[in-house]
Design a protein around this ligand. Structure first.
Ligand code: ADP
Ligand code: ZN
Length: 630
């Protein structure tokens, strides 16, 4: 069987996504590969298909026990023999799994890195035919990453002990240069084919909001997205607990996750979320590694995270099924302080020299700064993120808050000159609050105490409100005319580029959201945007939505019977495709995206039955517009 047939037969897809085919081809030719692809891009298929085509066994090394179980579950559902070996099994279960493995029972075996050096596992590995070793979450091998795991270093020793060196394929979503080099070098990849695919996730809508009350915003948002699954990330455990209590009191089916809960509670809550018993999860960033839930429709950040890396990874947990999903960050200036505090009190994993510690602290500050600018920019948010990861977008994506907002452009160069003059006059010693207060001519005790009321610049922007002055300062920060020191005082300094403004060579243009568009509701915004029309409520008409609901109920019923998460049976996207195509027989059903032969054997008839019941065997149109558009 070739790779395309394998894709269709086992996974039910008829085409490869960007990057998959080239990686698969290289692996099949016996070349090591490193695939750097964002979350949700489809890394698993890149090694699962070669694994099926190789004559021997593929070992997949993954740090995440929950993910292993999920992946193996999904593979078994698709009719692929796979198993996992990790500490969630007892000794006799492990022995049994290894016995079956030695007998050639499995094509794919997931193992935790700690297992590799056990005597029993080594015994097995020495006599088995191992065609490939796949290292998932490969950035865990790098001491520069945030998730360094010393046990990953054992992979190299393990491979050395094998009779014949297998192909090595490594995958990660972390793209920074240091980490990339570490993976190639430490893992000992042999002239690897390295592929970095687009970090753009077109189905994700990005927004930064600054609501007066975050709780109220969250409540309203959940209300408008009933029956949808979402994650709300908070910076601290305390925030998680407080928000959880509030939402519970409102009768919303939420659950929570943070390191302060017992492991049993965490397991239970995670499961409630995955099985859609509690579709809304409130959590710290301890939650999510290895969560493979594909129907997460929104990720809200209640607080700004520490870096664009963290943000994109967490937000990226939305919309893994490729359907439209929203990533919303609720920003307030206080978030900056919370993060500074968290960074200062960060525990260092591993041992570092003084020099290394300083380098890490500096890097953390730089990342935080780039995160803050993301919250302040009025340019395309997607473009901002892509640039951060070294890519370029179109400059205007049409599917982020900033692209959809209507702006008026205001030339604020004159005010910018006064701001620079003021900062110079106080000899670059104060932060944004003092500077804005001084220029606005506020007669506050604090300002008198600092003596800034005596400067010539005092009141030079009288008539402007302090928030407006701060808005201009923020713009100047993003434009790199000013900079803020990396300590808790956050003092404003002038950069060399500010000269051009003073000379009249550069102007400062503020883009301010027009009043009416600021109050726009989400619904009206979505209608206007026209793009990214992938949400089921945008595609399906009311009859279509009813059919979808019937199919969803059937899916839940089967999930209960088989005790697996619903999305392992079929994704939302697959159900929507059923509503669009209205399959009435087996051949039709196999055309549906996500329905492979094995899935058809298991569930096809029941879903055909539900569709026949609803339609009476007559195909009608359950969607808006033309099929081509979908
Ligand atoms: P990653 O590991 O890169 O985060 P996954 O391997 O979990 O991503 O894949 C994300 C989703 O995309 C899964 O639901 C998977 O079935 C789906 N997918 C992968 N490849 C394809 C494809 N060629 N066509 C359609 N869907 C795909
Ligand atoms: Zn945009």
């Amino acid at each position: 069987m070739d790779k395309l047939n394998t894709l269709k037969k086992y996974f039910g897809y008829s085409a490869f996504r960007e990057g998959q085919e080239i990686l698969i081809d290289n692996i099949l030719q016996g070349r090591d590969v490193l695939g750097i692809m964002p979350t949700g891009a489809g890394k698993s298929i890149c090694y699962q298909i070669p694994a099926l085509l190789f004559s021997g066994i593929t070992l997949v090394i993954s740090p995440l026990i929950s993910l292993m179980k999920d992946q193996v579950h999904a593979l078994n559902q698709a009719g692929i023999n796979a198993a996992y070996i990790n500490s969630s099994l007892n000794e006799s279960q492990i022995s049994k799994a290894l016995r079956l493995a030695a007998a050639g029972q499995y094509k794919i075996i997931y193992v935790a890195p700690e297992r590799l050096e056990t005597y029993e596992f080594m015994q097995f590995a020495r006599q088995a035919e191992i065609s490939m070793v796949t290292v998932d979450e490969a950035h865990c091998i790098s001491q520069w990453g945030q998730d360094f795991r010393p046990s990953y270093l054992k992979i190299v020793q393990f491979i050395r002990k094998l009779e014949k060196r297998p192909v090595i394929s490594a995958f990660t979503a972390t793209a920074t240069e240091n980490v990339k080099e570490d993976i190639v070098c430490v893992l000992g990849l042999n002239n690897p084919y390295v592929l970095v695919t687009g970090f753009d996730r077109k189905n994700l809508y990005f927004a930064v909001e600054t609501p007066a009350g975050k709780d109220k915003y969250v409540l309203q948002y959940i209300g408008e997205h009933e029956a949808e699954s979402g994650i709300i990330y908070c910076a601290t455990r305390k925030n998680v607990d407080t928000l959880y209590d509030k939402l519970r009191a409102e009768g919303i089916a939420v659950t929570k996750y943070h390191a302060g809960l017992s492991s049993e509670e965490r397991r239970q809550n995670q499961e409630d979320f995955i099985y859609d018993k509690s579709p809304v999860m409130i959590a710290t960033n301890a939650f999510g590694m290895g969560i493979d839930k594909s129907n997460v429709r929104y990720v809200i950040h209640y607080n700004m995270p520490q870096s664009p890396e963290n943000y994109y990874q967490e937000a990226g947990r939305a919309g893994r099924d490729g359907e439209r999903a929203e990533c919303i960050l609720l920003y307030s200036a206080q978030d900056v302080m919370i993060n500074r505090f968290l960074l200062e009190n960060k525990e260092q994993k591993g041992e570092y020299t003084q020099e290394e510690m300083e380098a890490i602290a500096e890097r953390d500050e730089e990342r935080l700064r780039m995160m803050i600018y993301y919250c302040l920019t009025t340019d395309c948010l997607r473009e901002y993120i892509l640039r951060y990861f070294g890519e370029h977008g179109a400059g205007h994506c049409g599917n982020c808050r900033n692209c959809l907002r209507e702006y008026e452009q205001i030339d604020v160069t004159e005010a910018a000159v006064k701001i620079i003059t003021g900062i110079k006059e106080v000899r670059q010693r104060y932060g944004i609050n003092v500077i804005a207060g001084m220029l606005a001519g506020e007669n506050r005790a604090k300002l008198r105490e600092y003596g800034v009321t005596a400067y010539e610049s005092f009141g030079s922007l009288r008539g402007m409100r302090e928030v407006e002055i701060k808005e201009i300062i923020n713009r100047m920060l993003v434009q790199n005319l000013l900079l803020m020191t990396n300590d808790k005082y956050a003092i404003l300094k002038i950069t060399s580029e500010a000269d051009a403004v003073m000379k009249g060579d550069t102007s400062v243009i503020l883009r301010r959201a027009k009043k009416e568009s600021r109050q726009e509701t989400e619904g009206s915004r979505r209608k206007k945007s026209g793009k990214a029309k992938a949400r089921k409520s945008d595609i399906l008409n009311s009859r279509g939505l009813e059919l979808f609901e019937q199919l969803r109920l059937l899916r839940t019923e089967i999930a209960r019977e088989e005790n697996v998460p619903p999305y392992i049976i079929f994704s939302d996207k697959t159900l929507v495709d059923m509503c669009v195509r209205v399959p009435l027989n087996k051949a039709d059903m196999l055309e549906v995206s996500g329905v492979g032969e094995n899935k058809f054997e298991r569930y096809g008839e029941r879903f055909l039955g539900a569709i026949a019941d609803y339609t009476g065997g007559i195909r009608e149109k359950f969607y808006f517009g033309d099929a081509e558009e979908l």
